[in-house]
Write a new protein. Structure first.
Length: 244
């Protein structure tokens, strides 16, 4: 039977897999992957990043691929992962402790069932004081990358757990129109399968064109997003989908 496991260093719940058999001189034993106390912090970074081997004595054991997380390497669009909503809910619950009374919404492609995406959970929250709330989420381990915040006035972009390797993005805004625009785009994609399919195709094409240029990739999507924003469709999420 599978068991839930989480990273022993950063605490992120990775998923549920069949226990692995670890081969050692003393004989085989079962273990959950991330609970293995022998992982170093450096191994933890790779642990979330890709499927790889960890050395145990002279044997090497294959690890399960991560469900979320992206580094500063080439842009990669992956197939939809059904566990993404659970990752959002778990992080929203964690953020409730440092942002009491603030509603954190799941946005972006990982918030749209069936849509291919970069495997990073995007979230947005409306706050009354950017600086105070940035400080609060930084205490929860979020980073505030200077290069992505240089020209932002009414918004702050934060990422977790590192600027070079991210499982979650958090956008803090102090104008409701910025939040509402993101929610409309998400809801339009949820309500319109053709729009979602077109967006997935565009992202794959742009990821191939702007492999190492994230700013160029984001900018190239803007025309499509503006067009989709004008196609607003009233949409109630399915009962099985986590409430935003």
């Amino acid at each position: 039977m599978g068991r839930e496991w989480r990273c022993a260093h950063c605490g992120v719940v990775i998923g549920a897999y069949e226990p692995l058999v670890i081969l050692e001189e003393g004989g085989p034993r079962h273990t959950s992957v991330a609970a293995e106390p022998g992982l170093s912090k450096e191994e933890c970074e790779h642990f979330h990043r890709a499927c790889y081997d960890v050395a145990f004595g002279q044997r090497r054991v294959p690890r399960a691929p991560p469900l979320i997380g992206a580094s500063d390497g080439p842009i990669e669009i992956v197939e939809y992962e059904p566990s993404w909503p659970a990752f959002y809910l778990a992080e929203r619950e964690r953020l409730d402790e440092v942002l009491p009374g603030v509603r954190v919404h799941h946005i972006g492609s990982t918030a749209v069932p069936g849509l291919a995406a970069k495997p990073v959970i995007d979230m947005i929250a409306l706050v009354d004081d950017l600086d105070r709330n940035v400080a609060a989420v930084q205490r929860a381990g979020y980073k505030l990358p200077a290069r992505f915040n240089l020209n932002l006035v009414h918004r702050r972009f934060l990422c977790y757990p590192k600027t070079t390797y991210r499982t979650h993005h958090l956008h803090l805004v102090d104008h409701s129109k910025d939040r509402d625009r993101c929610l409309r785009f998400r809801d339009n994609l949820r309500a319109n399968p053709k729009l979602a399919a077109d967006y997935a195709a565009l992202k794959r094409m742009l990821a191939a064109r702007f492999r190492e240029d994230r700013e160029g990739y984001t900018q190239a999507k803007s025309t499509f997003i503006k067009h989709a924003d004008s196609q607003t469709v009233a949409c109630d999420p399915p009962a099985s989908w986590p409430q935003p």
